[in-house]
Design a protein around this ligand. Structure first.
Ligand SMILES: N[C@@H](CCC(=O)N[C@@H](CS)C(=O)NCC(=O)O)C(=O)O
Length: 203
Protein backbone atom coordinates (compact mmCIF):
# COMPACT_ATOMS: atom_id res chain seq x y z
CA UNK A 1 0.00 0.00 0.00
CA UNK A 2 1.27 3.39 -1.04
CA UNK A 3 0.08 6.88 -0.07
CA UNK A 4 1.31 10.28 -1.16
CA UNK A 5 0.79 13.49 0.82
CA UNK A 6 0.82 16.71 -1.22
CA UNK A 7 -0.80 20.07 -1.91
CA UNK A 8 -1.98 21.77 -5.15
CA UNK A 9 0.43 24.69 -4.67
CA UNK A 10 3.50 22.48 -4.34
CA UNK A 11 5.65 21.86 -7.41
CA UNK A 12 7.69 19.46 -5.29
CA UNK A 13 4.58 17.36 -4.67
CA UNK A 14 3.58 17.76 -8.33
CA UNK A 15 6.77 16.09 -9.63
CA UNK A 16 6.02 12.99 -7.59
CA UNK A 17 2.27 12.82 -8.19
CA UNK A 18 2.66 13.39 -11.96
CA UNK A 19 5.33 10.69 -12.09
CA UNK A 20 3.25 8.17 -10.08
CA UNK A 21 0.25 8.79 -12.36
CA UNK A 22 2.25 8.69 -15.61
CA UNK A 23 4.06 5.51 -14.55
CA UNK A 24 0.78 3.90 -13.54
CA UNK A 25 2.00 3.26 -9.99
CA UNK A 26 -1.02 2.69 -7.79
CA UNK A 27 -1.30 4.99 -4.79
CA UNK A 28 -3.68 6.88 -2.56
CA UNK A 29 -3.36 10.62 -2.32
CA UNK A 30 -4.10 13.02 0.53
CA UNK A 31 -3.97 16.81 0.56
CA UNK A 32 -2.14 18.44 3.48
CA UNK A 33 -3.03 22.09 4.03
CA UNK A 34 0.46 23.59 3.88
CA UNK A 35 -0.97 27.06 4.54
CA UNK A 36 -1.98 26.01 8.04
CA UNK A 37 0.47 25.74 10.96
CA UNK A 38 2.33 22.42 11.03
CA UNK A 39 0.82 21.42 14.39
CA UNK A 40 -2.70 21.63 12.92
CA UNK A 41 -2.03 19.01 10.22
CA UNK A 42 -3.31 15.45 10.58
CA UNK A 43 -1.68 13.28 13.23
CA UNK A 44 -0.76 10.75 10.54
CA UNK A 45 1.07 13.38 8.47
CA UNK A 46 2.84 14.83 11.52
CA UNK A 47 4.00 11.34 12.48
CA UNK A 48 5.50 10.51 9.06
CA UNK A 49 6.71 13.95 7.94
CA UNK A 50 9.76 14.35 10.13
CA UNK A 51 10.85 17.43 8.14
CA UNK A 52 7.29 18.78 8.10
CA UNK A 53 7.12 19.23 4.31
CA UNK A 54 5.17 17.73 1.44
CA UNK A 55 5.67 15.55 -0.50
CA UNK A 56 5.89 12.45 1.65
CA UNK A 57 5.31 8.96 0.32
CA UNK A 58 4.44 6.12 2.68
CA UNK A 59 4.87 2.63 1.28
CA UNK A 60 3.95 -0.37 3.41
CA UNK A 61 4.88 1.61 6.51
CA UNK A 62 8.22 2.88 5.13
CA UNK A 63 8.48 6.66 4.80
CA UNK A 64 10.11 8.41 1.82
CA UNK A 65 10.49 12.19 1.96
CA UNK A 66 12.04 14.89 -0.24
CA UNK A 67 10.74 14.90 -3.80
CA UNK A 68 13.92 13.89 -5.60
CA UNK A 69 14.75 11.15 -3.10
CA UNK A 70 11.23 9.78 -3.62
CA UNK A 71 11.68 9.80 -7.41
CA UNK A 72 15.00 7.97 -7.14
CA UNK A 73 13.48 5.39 -4.81
CA UNK A 74 10.64 4.71 -7.28
CA UNK A 75 12.92 4.47 -10.34
CA UNK A 76 15.21 2.03 -8.50
CA UNK A 77 12.30 0.01 -7.19
CA UNK A 78 10.67 -0.38 -10.62
CA UNK A 79 13.91 -0.52 -12.64
CA UNK A 80 12.32 1.83 -15.15
CA UNK A 81 12.07 5.55 -15.90
CA UNK A 82 15.82 5.93 -15.44
CA UNK A 83 16.20 2.97 -13.10
CA UNK A 84 16.98 0.46 -15.88
CA UNK A 85 20.75 0.53 -15.36
CA UNK A 86 23.41 2.02 -13.09
CA UNK A 87 24.43 4.30 -15.95
CA UNK A 88 20.94 5.74 -16.49
CA UNK A 89 20.38 6.07 -12.76
CA UNK A 90 23.63 8.01 -12.53
CA UNK A 91 22.47 10.36 -15.30
CA UNK A 92 19.19 10.90 -13.42
CA UNK A 93 20.97 11.48 -10.12
CA UNK A 94 23.07 14.20 -11.73
CA UNK A 95 19.98 16.02 -12.98
CA UNK A 96 18.13 15.60 -9.68
CA UNK A 97 21.03 16.94 -7.62
CA UNK A 98 21.51 19.79 -10.09
CA UNK A 99 17.80 20.65 -9.95
CA UNK A 100 17.65 20.78 -6.16
CA UNK A 101 19.91 23.80 -5.83
CA UNK A 102 19.47 25.37 -9.28
CA UNK A 103 16.07 25.73 -10.95
CA UNK A 104 14.40 23.94 -8.03
CA UNK A 105 15.64 26.69 -5.75
CA UNK A 106 15.12 29.91 -7.76
CA UNK A 107 11.88 29.19 -9.62
CA UNK A 108 9.78 28.24 -6.54
CA UNK A 109 11.00 31.41 -4.80
CA UNK A 110 10.16 33.66 -7.77
CA UNK A 111 6.76 32.03 -8.17
CA UNK A 112 6.06 32.30 -4.45
CA UNK A 113 6.91 36.02 -4.57
CA UNK A 114 4.78 36.69 -7.67
CA UNK A 115 1.82 34.55 -6.66
CA UNK A 116 1.59 34.66 -2.87
CA UNK A 117 3.96 36.94 -1.01
CA UNK A 118 4.62 40.22 -2.78
CA UNK A 119 7.19 42.24 -0.83
CA UNK A 120 8.34 39.20 1.12
CA UNK A 121 11.86 39.28 -0.34
CA UNK A 122 14.72 41.48 0.79
CA UNK A 123 15.84 44.15 -1.65
CA UNK A 124 18.04 42.67 -4.36
CA UNK A 125 16.84 39.11 -3.83
CA UNK A 126 14.35 39.05 -6.73
CA UNK A 127 16.83 40.23 -9.42
CA UNK A 128 19.34 37.72 -8.06
CA UNK A 129 16.79 34.89 -8.25
CA UNK A 130 15.75 35.96 -11.77
CA UNK A 131 19.38 35.94 -12.93
CA UNK A 132 19.72 32.44 -11.48
CA UNK A 133 16.57 31.40 -13.35
CA UNK A 134 17.91 32.78 -16.66
CA UNK A 135 21.12 30.85 -16.23
CA UNK A 136 19.42 27.63 -15.11
CA UNK A 137 16.72 27.63 -17.80
CA UNK A 138 19.40 28.16 -20.45
CA UNK A 139 21.17 25.03 -19.17
CA UNK A 140 17.97 23.02 -19.71
CA UNK A 141 17.33 24.71 -23.05
CA UNK A 142 20.74 23.72 -24.28
CA UNK A 143 20.41 20.14 -22.93
CA UNK A 144 17.28 19.83 -25.09
CA UNK A 145 18.77 21.45 -28.16
CA UNK A 146 19.88 18.21 -29.86
CA UNK A 147 16.37 17.31 -30.99
CA UNK A 148 15.88 14.56 -28.41
CA UNK A 149 12.44 13.87 -26.95
CA UNK A 150 13.45 13.54 -23.29
CA UNK A 151 16.45 14.52 -21.18
CA UNK A 152 17.87 10.99 -21.33
CA UNK A 153 17.94 9.01 -24.56
CA UNK A 154 15.01 6.69 -25.26
CA UNK A 155 11.33 6.98 -26.01
CA UNK A 156 10.11 7.02 -22.41
CA UNK A 157 10.54 9.97 -20.03
CA UNK A 158 12.68 9.40 -16.95
CA UNK A 159 12.53 10.78 -13.43
CA UNK A 160 14.88 13.54 -14.66
CA UNK A 161 12.03 14.87 -16.85
CA UNK A 162 9.47 14.64 -14.04
CA UNK A 163 11.86 16.29 -11.62
CA UNK A 164 12.71 19.26 -13.82
CA UNK A 165 9.16 19.94 -14.98
CA UNK A 166 7.71 20.23 -11.46
CA UNK A 167 7.86 24.01 -11.14
CA UNK A 168 8.08 24.77 -14.87
CA UNK A 169 4.35 24.02 -15.15
CA UNK A 170 3.96 27.06 -12.82
CA UNK A 171 6.13 29.32 -15.02
CA UNK A 172 3.16 31.54 -15.90
CA UNK A 173 2.51 32.17 -12.20
CA UNK A 174 6.16 33.15 -11.80
CA UNK A 175 6.01 35.55 -14.77
CA UNK A 176 9.14 34.08 -16.31
CA UNK A 177 9.94 33.34 -19.94
CA UNK A 178 10.25 29.74 -21.09
CA UNK A 179 12.53 29.22 -24.13
CA UNK A 180 11.38 27.18 -27.17
CA UNK A 181 13.07 23.79 -26.60
CA UNK A 182 11.83 23.77 -23.02
CA UNK A 183 8.32 24.76 -24.15
CA UNK A 184 8.23 21.92 -26.68
CA UNK A 185 9.47 19.43 -24.07
CA UNK A 186 6.83 20.63 -21.57
CA UNK A 187 4.22 20.14 -24.28
CA UNK A 188 5.41 16.54 -24.80
CA UNK A 189 5.00 15.95 -21.06
CA UNK A 190 1.58 17.61 -21.14
CA UNK A 191 0.62 15.25 -23.98
CA UNK A 192 1.08 12.21 -21.71
CA UNK A 193 -2.29 10.66 -20.83
CA UNK A 194 -1.74 11.19 -17.10
CA UNK A 195 -0.98 14.90 -17.38
CA UNK A 196 -3.20 17.35 -15.59
CA UNK A 197 -2.42 20.84 -14.37
CA UNK A 198 -1.09 20.82 -10.77
CA UNK A 199 -4.26 22.53 -9.55
CA UNK A 200 -6.24 19.47 -10.69
CA UNK A 201 -3.76 16.62 -10.21
CA UNK A 202 -2.99 17.65 -6.64
CA UNK A 203 -6.52 18.72 -5.62
N1 LIG B 1 13.31 19.95 -0.65
C1 LIG B 1 11.92 19.57 -0.48
C2 LIG B 1 11.07 20.83 -0.54
C3 LIG B 1 9.65 20.56 -0.07
C4 LIG B 1 8.90 21.85 0.19
O1 LIG B 1 9.45 22.96 0.13
N2 LIG B 1 7.62 21.66 0.53
C5 LIG B 1 6.79 22.81 0.80
C6 LIG B 1 5.70 22.96 -0.29
S1 LIG B 1 6.46 23.18 -1.87
C7 LIG B 1 6.05 22.61 2.13
O2 LIG B 1 5.74 21.51 2.52
N3 LIG B 1 5.77 23.74 2.79
C8 LIG B 1 5.00 23.73 4.01
C9 LIG B 1 5.84 23.64 5.24
O3 LIG B 1 7.10 23.64 5.12
O4 LIG B 1 5.29 23.60 6.33
C10 LIG B 1 11.51 18.53 -1.55
O5 LIG B 1 12.19 18.43 -2.57
O6 LIG B 1 10.54 17.78 -1.32
Amino acid sequence: MRKLFGHPDSGHAYKVRFFLCAAGIEHDYEVVDIWQPRESRSAEFQRVATLGEVPVLVEDGAVYAQSNAILLHLARQHEQWGGESAQRLNACEQWLVWEANKIGMCLPQIRSYERFEKNALLEGALPWLKARYESDISTIESALSGGQTWLLSGDQPSIADFCLCGYLFFADEANVEVPPNVQAWLQRLANLDAWQHPSKLLA
